[in-house]
Design a protein around this ligand. Structure first.
Ligand code: CUA
Length: 172
């Protein structure tokens, strides 16, 4: 199991446990009867509403400037690869990188939205990112296996979407 799959599995497990706990707490709270103080409940409800709205606004303010993704840079020794998307082809330069060192893809589109999907020689998706016009999107990935990797467009971008693919090489 890869690191990403492990993180996803743990995250889902935590969410499931939390969900069951919250559902149980709600169910248990409905069992108490008799001493319902409507005014106190209404006050609690308002407090919760304010708290949730404040949390959502704070999360929005903290993340909106980094949409669609946080900017990342390759570290020292990183390899920079420029990628241009245009209906219906990719231009990748250089089209050869080394395994075991971070690769910083800098992606732009000259027309519409595309999505850069990188597949290894076993057709496993190893990285993907949205490519939008008017912005340089970065994607940092370290290739562990040398070989020929395929790039497929993962966002429907017109009649030639399905032919929008190319390859690049990862050398040892
Ligand atoms: Cu480019 Cu689909």
């Amino acid at each position: 199991m890869g690191t990403t799959a492990l993180v996803i599995a743990i995250s889902y497990s935590v969410v499931v446990v939390l969900g069951v706990a919250i559902a149980g707490a709600v169910w248990w709270s409905t069992k108490r009867r008799g001493d319902i103080d409507a005014e106190r409940l209404a006050h609690q409800e308002r407090s919760w509403l304010v708290a949730v709205v404040l949390i959502l606004v704070a999360l929005l303010a903290a993340t909106i400037w980094s949409t669609p993704y946080f900017d990342t840079d390759a570290g020292a020794g990183g390899q920079v690869v420029d990628v241009k998307a245009k209906q219906f082809a990719w231009t990748i330069s250089p089209a050869r990188v080394r395994a075991g060192q971070e690769v910083e893809f800098r992606l732009t589109s000259t027309d519409v939205n595309h999505a850069f999907g990188v597949y290894d020689d076993r057709d496993h998706l190893v990285a993907q990112v949205q490519v939008v016009p008017g912005k340089t999107q970065k994607l940092v990935h370290t290739f562990t296996r040398p070989g020929t990797y395929s790039v497929l467009c993962l966002e429907f971008c017109g009649v030639g979407h399905h032919v929008m693919e190319t390859t690049f090489a990862v050398t040892p």
